[in-house]
Design a protein around this ligand. Structure first.
Ligand code: PMP
Length: 459
């Protein structure tokens, strides 16, 4: 059963075995100086990146070993077209030859206008206006603010709370944190500062069957019942429902029933709430649909996108909203949307995002993602035979192995690197979101590498 994984284990993938590419010295300078995400200053040593090309990273470890590994994470789900993509490189260089940044207050420019036109054209009909933010979290802040300003504009100043989902993740700034999972999120660390909102249980899990996401109908009906009751009970204080459509990412790599998303749309309409979908992780084809909301045929009032927007080149996100929402705020006494970052609409980021979107839409991305889905399902299937594995699931270009216990992150990361694969597990999850350009052979290597690493470390 683990034959393929064992075979991969036998082939060394170290670029230059024992070679020192300068990693140890760099890592030594980093340690104790720099914080890394969700880490202590004295956390595990990072790997040094020496090169990145196509789907591969060349990494150096603190012990001097160097690895060439497939980036099975797409740099946290953003680098969909691969590193050093010539089209994206050129877009960036061309814009740098004109101007790299100008303030967006009182000024505009071609890359921002073109990208906004592109985004409103490619998203579902009904999303007509764009606010550029400098990260996903900030786009969520802006979405929440806009929803409150909308309700103010409708004469409902008491509607300042949100309804979010257990297992949700929307970012690390304070308002975004407040709508993340109340237990696994960071609420407990900042109890007096994180605003109190309402939460629904996680929607029922769904599994991909015959191209559809299928869940137990009784569980779906029960969840919708809870949704209806909760909204009816709290409607006078609720501004909006916020959720990640169909896939909860950082909150558990969890796939849920699209009917729940459709119900959220209906119930929001029935009670005068807005529906905010956070497509930061799911947008731009990752789940097999251009936007995950399409699994439920839902058009939100507000949508946040980020990550793959710039092809993973530069930090950029956007908040889109309907004409009705924008008009209501524009006609309200405040008139303005009260946000405006220094680097809003950064021309380099917008130019590379235009190129990233053109590349995506001019490619047969849907077949590509479907191919990855099939290959991932086959490549990860052997992992389900491991004693430590609770579940293996795949949707679009997302493959997840859920363990019965917390992952030994440094050991699994290192073991996967020995098999030529870069992963960054969390909690009890090892997952992959490979770049869309990943070849079938490389997808197999990812599956084999994850399986072999888990067999080695967890059994
Ligand atoms: N929402 C979702 C669904 C995300 O996955 C993330 C990032 N993982 C964010 C928001 C926050 O985006 P950023 O890290 O760019 O602030």
């Amino acid at each position: 059963m683990l034959e393929a994984a064992t075979r991969a284990a036998a082939t060394t993938v170290k670029v230059v075995p024992g070679a020192d590419l300068g990693g140890p010295a760099l890592i030594a300078r980093d340690r104790g100086l720099l914080w890394h995400p969700y880490a202590s200053l004295e956390g595990d040593a990072p790997y040094a990146v020496h090169a990145a090309d196509g789907v591969r990273l060349t990494l150096g470890a603190a012990d001097g070993h160097a690895f060439k590994a497939i980036d099975a994470m797409s740099s946290w789900w953003s680098m969909i077209h691969g590193y050093r993509n010539p089209v994206l490189d050129q877009a960036l260089q061309q814009q740098a030859g004109k101007f790299s940044h100008v303030m967006f207050g009182g000024l505009t420019h071609q890359p921002a206008v073109e990208l906004a036109e592109r985004l409103t054209a490619m998203t579902q009909d009904g999303l007509d206006h764009v606010f550029f933010a400098d990260s996903g979290s900030v786009s969520v802040e802006v979405a929440l603010k806009l929803a409150i300003q909308y309700q103010l504009g409708r004469g409902r100043p008491k509607r300042t709370r949100f309804l979010a989902l257990h297992g949700g993740y929307h970012g690390d700034t304070f308002a975004a944190m407040s709508v993340c999972d109340p237990v696994d999120g960071m609420h407990a660390a900042f109890p007096s500062l994180v605003a109190k909102h309402h939460f629904l249980p996680r929607p029922p899990a769904a599994r991909l069957m015959g191209g559809e996401l299928v869940a137990d109908p009784a569980d779906v009906a029960a969840w919708i019942g809870v949704l209806e009751e909760t909204v009816a009970l709290h409607r006078e204080e609720l501004a909006a429902i916020i959720l990640e459509p169909v896939v909860q990412g950082a909150g558990g790599m969890f796939f849920y029933a699209p009917q729940c998303l459709a119900a959220a749309r209906r119930v929001a309409d029935d009670h005068g709430l807005l529906l905010i979908v956070d497509e930061i992780a799911t947008g731009f084809g990752r789940t097999g649909r251009l936007f995950a909301s399409e699994w439920a045929g839902v058009v939100p009032d507000i949508m946040c996108v980020g990550k793959a927007l710039s092809g993973g080149y530069l930090t950029l996100a956007a908040m889109l909203c309907s004409a009705h929402v924008a008009r209501t705020v524009t006609d309200s006494p405040l008139r303005a949307l009260l946000h405006g970052p220094t680097f809003m609409g950064n021309p380099l980021a917008c130019a590379v995002a235009c190129a990233s979107m053109n590349l995506l839409l001019s490619s047969d991305w849907q077949s590509g993602v479907q191919r990855i889905e099939q290959n991932l399902a086959a490549a990860l299937a052997p992992a389900s035979n491991l004693g430590s594995v609770l579940d293996v699931r795949v949707l679009g270009a997302i493959g997840v192995v859920e363990l019965t216990e917390a992952v030994n992150v440094p050991a699994v990361t290192h073991a996967a690197l020995e098999h030529g694969v870069w992963v960054r597990p969390f909690r009890n999850l090892v997952y992959t979101m490979p770049p869309y350009i990943t070849s079938p052979a490389d997808v197999s290597t990812i599956g084999e590498g994850i399986t072999a690493a888990l067999a080695q470390v967890h059994g």
